[in-house]
Design a protein around this ligand. Structure first.
Ligand SMILES: NC(=O)c1ccc[n+]([C@@H]2O[C@H](COP(=O)([O-])OP(=O)(O)OC[C@H]3O[C@@H](n4cnc5c(N)ncnc54)[C@H](O)[C@@H]3O)[C@@H](O)[C@H]2O)c1
Length: 315
């Protein structure tokens, strides 16, 4: 019996009985998450629009979402493919409807789909800005909003869910990344969205966290070609996308009760809880400052503050 089937038959697995929707799950990190959820007994909605690395339509026929769903079924799990664009209201609504229509419930949403269009700020076009903000920020908001409406209705109907959302930010959103103003702004937006969603939805039994992953996928293989190559000697492949998925599966399971509104970075075998903006050195004159006084005070504050985290790719 396949491992997945054995776990399900035994009612075992961290996510047995749960239904999980993963966006952008046809490749890379999303695919690894979908397979990992299925291996823990979840039934999975595998979403992927099947676009190129820059978000443009793919020429080749056949969708990666169906390939991954078939892979899960071949291993004895349950999965359905969804090939909608999650950054459109129709695509986001049908993602949630597919979970409810196929499996009768939705427990976990993993927002992961996205693409990059990198360029230095002075050359960045409006289209490149809009496309990247749209897929990451609107592509998180719309599925989250539709799923949240369902969970609120469940809670109001006396069926409080133990729902989970895992959003996908990036080191670019946390620290900034040269050549990625659009992507960094979108991924920083995901952090703000996560904090607000966690605060607003806890009353309905919904927990919302975000990850900042690092892994070798088609999105990063050129950037990190040398440092991210897979080892050929059988040692730990620190950049395999599968390393990030156990954290996502746990956050997406009922076992993560009580953990919400947190941002985790995940790379290789390391998991780090990120600590957000907090007040540093401060000065209060108790009255309005003059610009000259401000200058003197701010220089003192900055001198006493911790150095800022470096922006990726900056000198
Ligand atoms: N790989 C890394 O090191 C890394 C680092 C930080 C953040 N991330 C984030 O992780 C997520 C996954 O990236 P990846 O590295 O696996 O890239 P990837 O290109 O391998 O996978 C992204 C998938 O999203 C799909 N997609 C794109 N637009 C879509 C849309 N509108 N609707 C549905 N599907 C869509 C693509 O077809 C693709 O299969 C992204 O949000 C990315 O920004 C990745």
């Amino acid at each position: 019996m396949a491992e997945n089937a054995r776990k399900e038959a035994a009612g075992a697995g961290l996510c047995a009985g749960r239904v999980v929707a993963v966006t952008g799950a046809g490749r890379g990190l999303g695919r690894a998450h979908a397979l990992a959820f299925a291996a823990e007994g979840a039934r999975v909605v595998v979403n992927d629009l099947g676009v190129r690395p820059d978000g443009s339509p793919a020429a080749e026929a056949g969708g990666p979402a169906e390939e991954v769903a078939a892979e899960i079924r071949a291993a004895g799990g349950e999965a359905v493919a969804h090939d909608g664009d999650i950054a459109t209201p129709a695509g986001a609504a049908s993602l949630v409807a597919t979970a409810l229509g196929t499996f009768g419930r939705l427990d976990t949403l993993v927002n992961n789909a996205g693409f990059v269009r990198d360029r230095m700020l002075v050359n960045l076009t409006e289209d490149e800005w809009d496309a990247v903000l749209r897929v990451h920020l609107k592509g998180h908001f719309l599925p989250l909003r539709h799923a949240a409406a369902h969970w609120r209705a469940e809670a109001k109907a006396g069926r409080p869910p133990r729902a989970r959302v895992v959003n996908t930010s990036s080191g670019a959103g946390l620290a900034g990344s040269v050549g990625q103003a659009n992507y960094s702004a979108a991924k920083a937006g995901v952090l703000g969205l996560t904090l607000v969603a966690a605060a607003e939805l806890s009353r309905y039994g919904v927990q919302v966290n975000a990850i900042a992953p690092a892994a070798r996928t088609r999105m990063t293989e050129r950037t990190f070609a040398e440092t991210m190559a897979a080892p050929t000697d059988g040692t730990f492949d620190a950049m395999a996308p599968e390393n990030v998925s156990p954290l996502v599966v746990w956050l997406g399971s009922a076992a993560s009760e009580g953990v919400t509104g947190r941002i985790f970075s995940a790379e290789g075998g390391r998991i780090t809880v990120m600590e957000g903006w907090r007040p540093g050195p401060t000065a209060d004159k108790g009255a309005r400052w003059s610009p000259g006084e401000v200058g003197e005070a701010v220089r003192g504050l900055v001198a006493g503050a911790r150095a800022a985290e470096g922006v990726y790719g900056a000198g």
